[in-house]
Design a protein around this ligand. Sequence first.
Ligand code: NAI
Length: 698
Amino acid sequence: MSSELVNYRCDGHIALLTVDNPPVNALSQPLRAALLAAVRRAGADPQTQAMVILCAGRTFIAGADVGEFDRPPEEPHLPELTQAIESAGKPVVAALHGTALGGGFEIALASHYRIATADSKVGLPEVKLGVIPGAGGTQRLPRLVGVEAALRMIVGGEPVSAGEALTLGAIDEIATGDLTGAALAAASRLVAQGGAPRRTAEQPLATVEPAIFDAARRQAAVKQRHLLAPLAAIEAIEAAVTQPFAKSVQRERQLFLERRSSAQAAALRNAFLGEREVARVPGLPDDLPTREIRRVAVLGAGTMGGGIAMCFANAGFDVLLKEVDAAALDRGMSIIRKNYQASAARGGLSAQEMERRLQRIQPTLVWSDLAEVDLIVEAVFEDIGVKRQVFEQLDAIARPGAILATNTSYLDVAQIAEFTRRPQDVVGMHFFSPANVMRLLENVRTAKTAPEVLATVMKLGRKLGKVAVLVGGCDGFVGNRMLAQRTREAWFLLEEGALPQQVDAALVDFGFPMGPFAVSDLAGLDIGWRNRQARAHLRRPGVRDCDLLDQVCQLGRLGQKTAAGWYRYDAGSRTPLPDPAIEALIVAHSQARGITRRQISEQEIVERCVYSMINEAAKILDEGVAARPVDVDMVWLNGYGFPKWRGGPLFYADQVGLPQVLATVESYAERLGTDFWAPAPLLRQRVAEGGTFYRRPG
Ligand code: NAI
């Protein structure tokens, strides 16, 4: 009488309960029910003296079924299951492999003995999804590892290795050899020792200084600013210390349920599920064949080309790196080497692994070397003439079926495709700087790109460890097109009365890791300056334009690299310091333009910078440049530091309420004119329908 989800068999006097719910044995409601039934059955069977809970497939239970969080909790709830396991009258052994996380690890904690493979990981990462462990995790873990380590693991949410878990006391044994055999042996031992269950909840908690909780709260306020789940986790652990188990476990549940239904948890779930969703592209069947990519070439060993080459080498690809001359190639290779050395020095990479990766990158100056590769990513100068030359050349030498990708930021991929006789093989692969670090990859389709080419670059994105989002062609694609709105409003705010530090502070308060002016200083102001020059011809006569960036650059202030930009920097420091010289320049600029400077509120800064992007995103959706709201949101979460706990610009707009967003956009249209603030038709439409970006009514 096994269920499909839990296989039940007996090995002598020991019952083996094998969970089998691929791909990661997530704790869905049917699995909870099946496991509870199996535990009760083993408990009731007089022939059974102990039980082992283990999992089929690649991992022990890796956590909750996140999709269920959008619905009311369904019975049996997880606490009922962990309670049943812990109170079983015979020993329960949990045998862990892969990643025993969240609810999976709570099941292990409620078991009476934990054995794990050496390469497994355990942890309670719930805070990353805006919740806390809700089935005794915050109560049992401190009893096993002590309050300090429990705070670290639960409030930080990082899993630990089996070795570390053993040292801490979170598990009892590391299996050498076969896990099932070792778990059965452990169960037999427990039976032989008398068979009394070792209940975690009954173990005493070591006393701690109450100050430890205040210290944890202070740390969370800095390191996990804005986040509420870490504070709830601290409170739950504190309850474990101050109240009896039966009471504190109820407090944990209450805190869990509060967090589960919170706006932050919904937003963090959107971020988590969205990463998976963007991989499934509407109109591209999952079983569409893809082209095999083994050898890759990157054109241009500059800022982007070098990072892109590293990114492929890191994922195990052989990469040819092509430049125009030996000097540029040597420069590019030496920067790559330095970057690898820096990560080796930080301990992120062994010397051996660094060498292996470096070896995979072969520098070349010869076009014909590229004749056999499967994919070429072009990252040469952002100039349509240069792109033309390069793509004509590629068309002449690349093998039939090779994918030709461009990393252009703003140029028209469809136009670039027409420089070849094989536009079906041309696609945009827009990496972000530094390309070996940033998770976002915008894959840009044209009307002619072959579906299997799109499927191939989407799959490739995942192999590279990126969040790949498929977008359509337009000026700046999704990310930079929205960014342009924020940048423009930030400059306008300066001439109207704000200072860079004030704009930055407002957006950091909103949740961005850095403000736009500090980011520009970091990236180098010349990038934006050059971009403004290249696009000067697109400026519409009579339409407001702010040239403050040009003025700052003309002073030779190019950001951190010149120790001065929108801010000033002390020698060797990266800390932006407000600069009276910049204030004077901005004030003089306002005067010259006849603008009376005024006090600008934090609310106005956020609305002008963020709502302008939301309005643009609505146009992007309407035009089909992004297929779904989630595509827009994943671009901004993974490429531009939009706060995860707000779920993305469009998820945030839905939470604010679209009628309010529209009213705000309209009020700015009235004050500032419709050149930049005309409400997007889709925004109006969704408000009229009573819908949101994510959900249409009906
Ligand atoms: P870069 O100026 O640092 O590097 C360009 C490199 O291409 C130079 O080393 C140059 O010698 C080389 N090159 C020029 N013509 C070549 C040819 N015919 N064959 C081989 N190599 C050639 O430029 P960067 O910043 O790396 O930009 C490259 C591309 O990436 C541009 O299209 C840019 O818009 C795009 N991009 C840049 C980002 C950034 O943050 N810098 C972000 C995303 C895209």
